[in-house]
Design a protein around this ligand. Structure first.
Ligand code: PBG
Length: 331
C-alpha cells in the first residue's frame, strides 16, 4: 500500500548517498564471488586468451598465486578448468580420471598452499579431455550416450575429490549423474564434499571464449543441443532443478547468467535451495568489448550486472570479473 503523491515521493529516500545506502535492498560482497581459472601445463607459464581479454591460462604455480590473491581479496571459492595438452585428449577422455592430471595437480597445489582458506570447485564434464570436444562419450553417429558417460563422470568426480576438491560441479547435463556421483562420493568417504550441479545449463552461444580457453572449440563439430537445454524453455529448468535436488545436490546453478535471470527467479520462488549463476565467458567478453568501445564504464557495468544476479535471488556468482569486482568492493 502506497500513499499517493505528494505524500509519497519516492525520490525522497534517493536524495543523499547515506539514504541510498540505508535503503539498499541487496548487497554484493567478495564472499559472493567464485573465480573461474584456467590451468595449463608447464611452469611459469601465462597464456592470454584472445577472446577473453584480461584473462589468462596459468600453469599450476600461477594458479596457486591466483588462489592466494583470491584469499587476500575475500573471494570464497576458485573454480578450475584445464587446457589439456592435445596429445592427452582422446575419444574416451580418459585423462579426466588420471590422478595426476592438470586438475589434480592444481587442486593439490592450492590445498597445500591455502588449506581451507579457500574452497576449490572443480568442473565435471569430459569436453576438456576429449578429442571431439563433446562433454561425454559419443557413439558411431556422434550422439553423446548418457549412461556410459555417467560412469566416466563418476570416476572423474571421485578422482577430483581424492585430490582435495571441495565442491564437485557437474556441467555435463547427463541424466542421473548427480545421484550417481553422490553415491560414489559417500562410498569413498567424501561425505563433506559438496555438489553444485549445473542444473539448468542452456545450449548457449555465450560459451565461445571458454571453449577457446580450454582448447575444445576447434575440436567440436556440431553443437551440444542433445544434452544442454533449449533457451526457449523455463518449465523444463524447474524439472531439472527438482531432479538434481532429489538426487543430492547441495546447490544448483543456472547458466548462462544475464540472459536467464528469469530462470534464477523462478527457481528461487519454487525451491528453498542455494542458487548460483554463472556469468559466462561470452558475457564477460561483451562487457569488456563495450568498455573498450567506450560504450560504457567498465567498473560500473561489472558491478551493475553482478548486483542484478543478487537481486534475482542468487547466493553467489561465478564470474571472470571476480578479482576485479572484489577489488572494487574492497575499495
Ligand atoms: C563444459 C563447460 C562449459 C562452460 C563451463 N563448463 C562450456 C560448454 O558447455 O561448452 C562454459 C563457461 C563459460 O562460457 O564461461 N562442460
Amino acid at each position: 500500500m502506497t500513499a499517493s503523491y505528494p505524500n509519497t515521493r519516492l525520490r525522497r529516500t534517493r536524495a543523499h548517498a547515506w539514504s541510498r545506502a540505508l535503503h539498499r535492498e541487496t548487497v554484493l560482497t567478495p564472499a559472493d564471488l567464485i573465480w573461474p581459472l584456467f590451468v595449463t601445463a608447464g611452469k611459469g607459464v601465462e597464456e592470454p586468451i584472445k577472446t577473453l581479454p584480461g584473462v589468462s591460462r596459468w600453469s599450476v604455480d600461477g594458479i596457486v598465486a591466483r588462489a592466494k590473491e583470491a584469499v587476500d581479496l575475500g573471494i570464497a571459492v576458485v573454480a578450475l578448468f584445464p587446457n589439456t595438452p592435445p596429445a592427452l585428449r582422446s575419444d574416451d577422455g580418459a585423462e579426466a580420471h588420471n590422478p595426476d592430471n592438470l586438475m589434480c595437480q592444481a587442486i593439490r597445489a592450492i590445498k597445500d598452499a591455502c588449506g581451507n582458506d579457500i574452497g576449490v570447485l572443480t568442473d565435471v564434464a569430459l569436453d576438456p579431455y576429449t578429442s571431439h570436444g563433446q562433454d561425454g562419450l559419443i557413439d558411431a553417429s556422434g550422439y553423446v550416450v548418457n549412461d556410459d558417460t555417467v560412469a566416466v563422470l563418476v570416476d572423474q568426480a571421485v578422482n577430483q575429490a581424492n585430490a582435495g576438491a571441495d565442491i564437485i560441479a557437474p556441467s555435463d547435463m547427463m541424466d542421473g549423474r548427480i545421484g550417481a556421483i553422490r553415491r560414489a562420493l559417500e562410498m569413498n568417504g567424501h561425505v563433506n564434499v559438496q555438489i553444485m550441479s549445473y542444473a539448468a545449463k542452456y545450449a548457449s552461444a555465450f560459451y565461445g571464449p571458454f571453449r577457446d580457453a580450454v582448447g575444445s572449440g576447434g575440436l567440436l563439430k556440431g553443437d551440444k543441443k542433445a544434452y544442454q537445454m533449449d533457451p526457449a524453455n523455463a518449465e523444463e529448468a524447474l524439472r531439472e532443478v527438482a531432479l538434481d535436488i532429489a538426487e543430492g545436490a547441495d546447490s544448483v546453478m543456472v547458466k548462462p547468467g544475464l540472459a536467464y535471470l528469469d530462470i534464477i527467479f523462478r527457481v528461487k520462488r519454487r525451491f528453498d535451495v542455494p542458487v548460483f549463476a554463472y556469468q559466462v565467458s561470452g558475457e564477460y567478453a561483451m562487457i569488456e568489448a563495450a568498455a573498450a568501445a567506450g560504450a560504457g564504464d567498465r567498473d560500473a557495468l561489472v558491478l551493475e550486472t553482478l548486483i542484478a544476479f543478487k537481486r534475482a535471488g542468487v547466493r553467489g556468482v561465478l564470474t571472470y570479473h571476480a578479482a576485479h569486482a572484489a577489488r572494487l568492493l574492497n575499495g
